[in-house]
Design a protein around this ligand. Structure first.
Ligand SMILES: [Zn+2]
Length: 409
């Protein structure tokens, strides 16, 4: 895997002025249920709203809303903002808001050799970030390293309430890493072990699904009822949102497209012997689209090792073999996107991950593959290529802890 970040020494936390803020709310905050959950989620995602608007959007009566919000205001979870002038002769409307600083969260994203950490407020705003090498990927060493990082963050911020950790691979019940190939882990009860080591409630999630949650609440998916997130990096991943919810699947495996069979691009065998994925497939998505697969194809085609970003630069400059390799990967990426369009018909497809620049350099090949694999009447999709940042992934981990802590789901 190729991190685009500098792999230098760990950067210190740079926490903002957390101490200047009053401390509403209590440490022990019971998960919300029912309508209270809906009220908090509405304000969490969409910002401050007056009671009348909340009642209308959630289908609640005025008295019901007042009854539901009273304890939330008393506990400090919700606050009243300055009144807005009402139109006509009505009383000024007082917006209810959530105090984003009442609770802070830690998000940790693990890769095979690095650990990315953010502290966020309750709206997913990143307050501080840090990344460091992961010298020993064994579960014992990783748990100890997470505990050290969290302890250091809590020395500077006494409002940290919960922790989210994400990994590439299969995670069940937001607790157990069933299989994480990049770390070489199987059946690691990570949430339980990190909770024991840090004393903080901890949830664990697949990294792509967590990033999808963060995009839905705090990112470019906000306000959308359906979208897909395709990630290109050490693996190729897919996150799905339908009816405003992130899809998990019956076995927490929704979006596992790495070994999805594809039509081998016509040009691929002519430039090099057929690639394979880690399971020995010649014709799956992972054999073409991951960063390491593209680098391996480039080495075969150019007869020398070429880094991922150098290859993309060569292709952009008109290097013929480089262009063929890049377009073959883009063709397979387009096939994957077409599959999502055909099944889900999402409002947008977000593209992310450390290898995402492929979609820009070879946009024409992606578009051609989409057009040839979808019905003629299917409108061209809204593709959003996101600038890659690893702290986005760590924020995804924090979003999972915000969700579990605030909403209990
Ligand atoms: Zn495969």
């Amino acid at each position: 895997m190729t991190d685009s970040r500098d792999t230098g020494a760990a950067r210190p936390f740079a926490v903002g002025a957390a101490d200047s803020h009053p401390r509403p709310g209590a440490d022990g905050w019971a998960p919300l249920a029912g309508s209270a959950q809906a009220v908090v989620l509405e304000i969490l995602v969409h910002g401050p709203r007056p009671r009348t608007q909340l009642a209308e959007r959630l289908g609640l009566s005025g008295p019901s809303l007042t009854r539901i919000t009273k304890p939330l205001l008393e506990s400090g979870l919700l606050v009243e903002r300055a009144a807005q002038a009402a139109s006509g002769s009505g009383r000024p409307a007082i917006p209810l808001d959530l105090d984003p600083d009442a609770h802070h969260f830690v998000g940790v994203k693990l890769t095979h050799d690095r650990l990315f950490v953010v502290v966020t407020d309750q709206r997913g705003e990143v307050l501080s970030e840090r990344d460091e090498r992961l010298p020993d990927p064994s579960p014992d060493a990783v748990v100890a390293q997470i505990a050290r990082v969290v302890s250091s963050a809590r020395d500077r911020d006494d409002r940290i309430r919960a922790l989210g950790v994400t990994v590439g691979g299969q995670v069940v019940d937001r607790a157990v890493v069933r299989h994480a190939p990049f770390l070489g882990w199987d059946d690691v009860p990570l949430a339980e072990r990190v909770t024991a080591a840090t004393g903080l409630p901890t949830w664990v999630e697949n990294d792509v699904r967590a990033l999808t949650q963060a995009e839905l609440w705090f990112g470019e998916g906000r306000g959308l009822r359906s979208f897909a997130l395709v990630t290109i990096g050490a693996g190729v991943g897919l996150g799905l949102v339908a009816a405003g919810e992130v899809l998990g699947g019956a076995h927490s495996s929704a979006g596992s497209i790495g070994h999805q069979r594809v039509v081998v691009p016509a040009v691929a065998p002519s430039v090099a012997s057929l690639p394979t994925c880690d399971l020995g497939h010649h014709d799956c998505a992972g054999a073409f689209v991951t960063v390491s697969a593209v680098e391996a194809a480039a080495a075969r085609a150019l007869g020398r090792p070429v880094g991922y970003d150098d290859l993309l630069d060569l292709a952009a400059d008109g290097h013929e073999e480089a262009r063929v390799v890049v377009d073959a990967a883009a063709d397979v990426l387009g096939q994957l996107i077409a599959g999502v369009l055909n099944v889900l018909d999402p409002e947008a497809v977000l593209l992310s991950g450390e290898g995402v620049r492929l979609a820009t350099i070879a946009a024409a090949a992606v578009d051609r593959a989409i057009a040839s694999s979808t019905h003629r009447s299917t409108p061209a999709p809204r593709l959003v290529v996101q600038r890659f940042r690893f702290d986005e992934w760590a924020r995804g981990a924090a979003a999972v802890s915000i969700q579990m802590h605030a909403l209990g789901r």
